[in-house]
Design a protein around this ligand. Sequence first.
Ligand SMILES: Nc1nc2c(c(=O)[nH]1)N=C([C@H](O)[C@H](O)COP(=O)(O)OP(=O)(O)OP(=O)(O)O)CN2
Ligand SMILES: [Zn+2]
Length: 121
Amino acid sequence: MRARLTKIFHFEAAHTLPTLPDGHPCQRMHGHSFKVVVHVEGEVNEAIGWVYDHKEISRAMAPLLDLLDHSYLNDVEGLESPTIERIAAWFWRKLEPSLPGLKEICVHETPNSSCSFYGEF
Ligand SMILES: Nc1nc2c(c(=O)[nH]1)N=C([C@H](O)[C@H](O)COP(=O)(O)OP(=O)(O)OP(=O)(O)O)CN2
Ligand SMILES: [Zn+2]
């Protein structure tokens, strides 16, 4: 039997998007309450009844959230132009080595706007 685990995280951060066309309002510094949704899939261990402890996802996310929370994202290595596409890919690169079965990372920057990334670089 296979199943998908989903875990939701939040961080607050500021950013600018310097590569946008002149005059775009997102070139100005502003902030978001970001939501990151991490999905992993795998075989359910029949003896235990879970894919793996979802605390493993929290453990893998903790240092990344420490780094990003209340930061200026553009200062973070790899996030010099932090669109939600690039933020999702940044999380993927950091999480993939420690999260078997990583399937999707969805980054929400407003209640209306999000980006899902599936590891296709
Ligand atoms: N493809 C992307 N488009 C945009 C991104 C992005 O990362 N990827 N980012 C932004 C800005 O960060 C902007 O701050 C988002 O705010 P806004 O456009 O106001 O977002 P809303 O969801 O509130 O949009 P509404 O259309 O007003 O609902 C812009 N675009
Ligand atoms: Zn923004």
